[in-house]
Ligand binder design. Structure first.
Ligand SMILES: NC(=O)c1ccc[n+]([C@@H]2O[C@H](COP(=O)([O-])OP(=O)(O)OC[C@H]3O[C@@H](n4cnc5c(N)ncnc54)[C@H](O)[C@@H]3O)[C@@H](O)[C@H]2O)c1
Ligand SMILES: O=C(O)C[C@H](O)C(=O)O
Ligand SMILES: [Mg+2]
Length: 473
């Protein structure tokens, strides 16, 4: 599968040029004629007969870049050394590192942070385990755990390939909410093994963020970890997504003047995210929900191997609507896509009710690109950062864990999730609300603070916060 590099990505082409044969003018013409735009050129080194240059040029996508590289590579005296882009360069050596809070300057410091001084601290924790929250990194630390089985919409690409996504989540935790998160990708997809590993590594962490673990295994893993651990365990693809979806929907229906309970909602992709989004919609009073997966609409009376689809069939699709996505979407007010790229066609969107809302949330390529859907929809959103209305769980998980860690919640419950949805939605005021602004930006500093506050209040009200209220600012 080719991954779109995004609109107007800058590529860097390293060329070795034979000084006698190659002409920079020809290179510039080849790039320009192929629709590329030269942004910069740098001389890397010059030798007697050749020179090595980096040419930075902007392209639309991966295919466009390949075309230009091919055209340049055919020029006389030009050898393509390699092609990279800024995204790849940013990933060289990974995106995060560990830092110490203060330097160890002398033997005195050494004897405090390390042996012998550290032994007294260890014994204090041994006497009272709760002290780990004040004397170790536990109170500010979250493990971001994946088995690489459902990475974005790319599927089961394995733990090594999942690392860049998990490093990205860790960066966002730190930058947005000051939470120290560790990416941990496991070389197993066995439920029992994952449970054992996560439980065994939990002592050093204040929370567990499960990420990109495929359904239905993710449900069992999360449920059992929640039962067996006394720190919050949160499967981000389920609950983070559902929280942000609900925030976007609260504002979108307000904008189009519909009532959420009256809407016909089609959810496409009944995996981790689709199941959790549906549960949240049901608890908000929506009844007319139709779930669609690869085989079409999920229906009561049919036999499903997946026990969660059995539950789904019992609890949704009250009018027993059968058929494919393009059949069941007829007259729908809302489409929620958490499946894969290009699943929804413009012709399907045309069949939706007036003032339709399309949340095409599959990453990195949505169920339909905004350019295709926009002529027929009133409100369009994706999970991506390069279009307006980014409905992405990053609006939830930093503030959610910040709040849960600060009040030392034992779990993240329904009350905390619903409070987070309303907090996110409330960042967009009625005056600001419009088709291109139903959900705040990830960079809006108010979001994390509002989510944190709402989560803390809900945690105290629902009795899962352990820290004395007056200690939590
Ligand atoms: N925007 C966000 O914040 C956000 C959050 C979570 C997940 N997602 C996206 O949602 C998608 C699913 O993630 P998940 O964690 O639930 O994965 P998952 O593997 O648990 O579930 C995916 C489901 O989609 C179904 N599906 C795949 N292709 C389909 C198609 N062509 N038609 C109908 N159904 C199809 C699969 O059968 C599966 O049931 C991914 O693309 C992911 O990037 C987005
Ligand atoms: O990682 C993201 O951008 C969102 C979400 O967790 C996903 O799996 O797509
Ligand atoms: Mg994810």
């Amino acid at each position: 599968m080719s991954i779109p590099t995004g609109a107007n990505t800058n590529m860097i082409l390293r060329l070795e040029l034979d000084k006698e044969i190659a002409s920079f003018g020809n290179i510039a013409t080849a790039i320009g004629d192929s629709g590329g735009d030269i942004v910069a050129t740098d001389v890397v080194r010059t030798e007697k007969k050749s020179t090595v240059r980096d040419i930075t040029f902007s392209v639309y996508d991966q295919k466009h870049s390949d075309l230009i590289v091919e055209a340049v590579g055919k020029l006389p005296g030009v050898k393509v050394v390699h092609v990279s882009d800024q995204t790849f360069l940013l990933h060289l050596g990974g995106k995060i590192e560990m830092a110490t809070k203060f330097p160890i300057k002398n033997r005195d410091d050494l004897s405090r942070v390390y042996t012998p001084g550290v032994a007294r601290v260890s014994m204090a924790i041994h006497e009272n385990k709760a002290r780990a929250h004040s004397l170790t990194i536990k109170r500010n630390t979250v493990a971001v755990i994946s088995d690489g089985s459902a990475v974005l919409g790319l599927g089961n690409i394995g733990p090594e390939a999942a690392m860049p996504v998990m490093e990205g989540k860790a960066m966002l935790f730190k930058q947005l909410a000051g939470v120290d998160a560790f990416p941990i990708c496991l070389a197993t997809q066995d439920v029992e093994e994952i449970l054992l590993i996560v439980k065994a590594l939990s002592p050093g962490f204040g929370g567990i963020n499960l990420e990109d673990i495929s359904a239905p295994r993710c449900f069992d893993i999360e449920k059992r970890l929640v039962e067996e651990l006394d720190i919050p365990v949160f499967h981000d693809d389920q609950h983070g997504t559902a929280v942000v979806l609900m925030a976007g929907l609260i504002n979108a229906v307000k904008l189009v003047g519909k009532k959420l309970e009256d809407c016909k909602i089609v959810v496409c992709g009944i995996g981790a995210a689709g199941t959790a989004c549906t549960r949240m919609l049901l608890s908000a009073g929506v009844t007319n929900i139709i779930g669609v997966d690869r085989q079409g609409a999920i229906l009561k009376g049919k036999e499903y191997e997946n026990p969660f689809w059995q539950w789904y069939a019992e609890n949704t699709n009250p009018h027993h609507i059968e058929g494919s996505l393009s059949e069941v979407i007829e007259g729908a007010d809302v489409f929620i896509g958490v499946s894969g790229p290009g699943v929804l066609k413009a012709a399907d969107v045309k069949k939706m009710a007036a003032d339709s809302i399309v949340f095409a949330m599959a990453n990195p390529s949505p169920e339909i690109m905004p350019e295709e859907a926009e002529p027929y929809v009133r409100v369009m959103a994706t999970g991506r950062s390069d279009y307006p209305n980014q409905i992405n769980n990053v609006l939830c998980f930093p503030g959610m864990f910040r709040g849960a860690l600060d009040c030392r919640a034992t779990k993240i419950n329904e009350e905390m999730k619903l409070a987070a949805s309303h907090a996110i939605a409330s960042v967009v005021s009625d005056d600001e609300l419009n088709e291109n602004y139903i959900i705040p930006s990830v960079f809006n500093h108010v979001v994390v603070e509002k989510v944190r506050e709402a989560v803390i209040n809900a945690a105290y009200k629902s009795g899962v916060a352990q820290r004395r209220r007056e200690k939590v600012q």
